[in-house]
Design a binder for this molecule. Structure first.
Ligand SMILES: Nc1nc2c(c(=O)[nH]1)N[C@@H](CN(C=O)c1ccc(C(=O)N[C@@H](CCC(=O)O)C(=O)O)cc1)CN2
Length: 286
């Protein structure tokens, strides 16, 4: 058996088209969605990601502002920039690209972003809203994973067992909350889990979000399961790869996401969706 691919590029194209239509409608009513992207330092991967975010905004008809700062920018200076963006009515979403240089406390910076503009969904208020089912912004990567499940008819996950590998604040934990909200039975595994394979072999859905190659191999997957790969690593030849042993697992799984072309583009797509939502909420409140 060879698994069906869940194509993040194709799904992104469709969803970004829908966002562009909403953006045109809101712009015609006098509110052009605006996203500010803040990058500190010269991390090469971050530079690619912020460029892709700005380009995606432009393609969708948004205003986008890219603020780039030297790695030596102080925490106080960054907090002052965030505050200025909080008070800028033409900006509906603010994103500070992670990782930040070590001398800056990323938690402090994220908490300085207004929850009304927290389109990354990383603020404690956004995480809390997700936990209790209130209106807020959902973290883009897990939100994109949920859309990928929806695209294969898995919106209500009643009766399904989902196993999340990884417990980070930006992927693993919000992923578990979103799966739970969709009625899945959820197990969160991590570096302290005794027998990972024993957990994943029970799963109808596995989400791998560890940041290490080959965390999930074919022998750890139930035949027909859906495998979502959030990882972004380099193999020995420097080629981009995920956390899943794709070649092996695709022979066992029912559906699988590729890397590249899977969750990555969906992360940017859901950022557009969140920014669109932020602009619509701001216009409705005006
Ligand atoms: N403020 C944030 N920082 C970071 C986030 C985030 O959501 N918000 N996530 C990651 C990086 N990231 C977005 O910023 C991101 C990573 C990868 C991709 C992507 O499209 N990947 C492509 C491959 C790109 C390549 O060739 O390198 C793919 O998978 O097809 C998009 C966004 C950490 N920081």
């Amino acid at each position: 058996m060879t698994a069906q691919l869940i194509d993040g590029n194709a799904l992104s194209k469709q969803l970004r088209g829908e966002v562009a239509q909403r953006a045109a409608a809101l712009t015609a009513k006098g509110t052009k969605p605006g996203l500010a992207v803040v990058l500190v330092g010269d991390n090469p991967a971050s530079q690619v990601y912020v460029r892709n975010k700005v380009k995606a905004c432009e393609d969708a008809g948004f205003k986008s502002v890219l603020e780039k700062y030297e790695a030596g920018l102080s925490e106080a200076e960054l907090l002052a920039r965030v505050e200025a963006l909080n008070n800028d009515p033409s900006i509906h979403g603010i994103l500070v690209q992670l990782p930040l240089p070590k001398h800056i406390d990323d938690h402090k910076v994220i908490e300085a972003i207004s929850p009304l503009k927290d389109v990354d969904g990383f603020h404690v208020a956004s995480a809390g809203a997700l936990m209790v089912g209130e209106v807020g912004f959902k973290a883009c990567t897990p939100y994109g994973c949920m859309k990928m499940l929806e695209s294969i008819g898995m919106k209500d996950l009643r009766g399904k067992h989902a196993v999340v590998i990884g417990r980070s604040n930006i992927v693993g934990k919000p992923m578990a909350m979103m799966l739970l909200a969709a009625n899945a039975t959820v197990t969160v595994t991590h570096s302290g889990t005794a027998d990972l394979g024993a957990m994943t072999r029970q799963a109808d859905i596995v989400v791998a979000a560890v940041g290490r190659r080959n965390v999930l191999t074919a022998d750890m997957v139930k035949p027909g399961a859906v495998v979502i790969d959030v990882g972004m690593n380099r193999d020995d030849e420097g080629k981009l790869c995920g956390d899943v042993d794709f070649a092996g697992v695709k022979e066992v799984a029912g559906h699988i996401t590729p890397v590249p072309g899977g969750v990555g583009p969906m992360t940017i797509t859901m950022l557009l969706v969140n920014t669109m939502e932020a602009a619509e909420r701001a216009a409705a409140a005006a």
